[in-house]
Every structure is written in structure tokens, then in C-alpha cells.
Design a protein around this ligand. Sequence first.
Ligand SMILES: [Zn+2]
Length: 250
Amino acid sequence: MKPVTINRSLIRGMVISILSGLFLLGAGDTTVYVTNSGSKYHRETCTSLSRSKIAVSLEDALTSGYEACAVCKPPVPSQGGVLPAKTSPPRKSLYRINKTHLTESSQGEIARMVPGEVVGHVDGDTLRVRIPNPPPELKTIETIRMLGVDTPETVHPHKPVERFGKEASDFTKARLLGKPVYLAFDWELRDRYGRLLAYLYTPDGCCFNAALIQEGYGYAYVSYTFHFIEEFKTLEQAARKGKRGLWGDP
Ligand SMILES: [Zn+2]
């Protein structure tokens, strides 16, 4: 383990966060918990958190529209529930893939994308992401359905686990859970379930959606069009040919 060195900028950062914490009346540095599907936020010990538990700041929970759980009575903001305006970095606009700039999945211009952190894992192609200071179209916690890729089913209530579904799910979890990601969008922002349709880029500028297909963990999902459709089809053909992942011999 590396020793922790306290340098001047760290101390300055701490002073700034303490001061901004005072401005936020404690809402920014109070941790509360939300679930994958619920609309309430909770204390860590609440029994409602048995299925999933995602730590967020009280401020993020409030700005995302979560309400205090009536059972565990988590902290609420002081001064009549009104949060003062927050001074934060400028919001990023949504980065849409289009023909004039990003035409290949491998060209990720992550500095222009919306940054987030993977805080929950559902299966190979679906994740929960926390977006600090989200643009107006987005919430602080979003369920992301990765665009243009379909991994074998593992969590469908009425279908059996498909071959290679667990491997795909484990691959996504190992690579992304707890990690920073950058979001890019295409024609449609959400699917009919309200999930955000996005390309997830890793800090090295690689498109994880493409990587899933390339490594044989998923199929190119071609029922709806998207800008990388031809490229993703080609990646799938190469994975089949190379017998990678789900294309290997059973
Ligand atoms: Zn609760």
C-alpha cells in the first residue's frame, strides 16, 4: 500500500470542500443510499436496501428527485428543505456521435463527453452510472443500456441464463464496476423503459460497447440503427471467425 502524502494542494482541496460543505448545509457531504429501482433515499441500515445499495451524497439524491424514506427517516436538508445554489464546474452538453466528427468507435474524444462512475452492475450490457453535476437531460443516477450491443441474457425474469451470459456479465463487472466512464449518445437518448442509451468510453478513449463485441461477449444489436452499425457488424464477424468468447466451441 502506498503511503498517503499530504501535500499543499490536498490541504487546499480539503479546505475548499469544508467551506463548500458549510454552504451546502451538510447536504453535499452527507451520504445516503438509493436502490436500483426505488424513488426513496435511505440510511445505510434501512431494510429497504436489501436488494441493492448505491451510496450517493444527500445533495445528489435530492437533485435526482429521490425523497426521504418514511421508515428509516434519513437526513433531510436544513432551512426548510431549500438548498442554496451550488458553485460547480460547467455542465457538459450531451456528446452525440455523428458523421462530422466521431465516425469510428475507437476515436473517443472523451474530454467532450459526460463523465460518470459505474456504481452498479446489472448484466453484460446494462449498468448503473452516477453522473456528478449532470446536464439538464440527465439524472445523477442513470441506468445505462449500452448502445448497439446485446449480451446473452442473465437476469430476465422468465428466460433461462443463456450460454456465455454469466461470462459477459462478469467481464463487464470486472472491467467497469467502480471505474470512471465517459458517455456518448446517438439518435435516441432513452429506450422505452427510460434507460439511457449510451456508448461507454473508458479513460483510454476506447468504446466499451465495441470491446464487448470484439472480445465475443456480445452480438451487434442491429434492430435499430446507430452510427457504428457497420463497424459493430464487422467486429462481430471477426469475433465469430476468431471463435472468441461465445463464438468458441461449446
Ligand atoms: Zn429507508
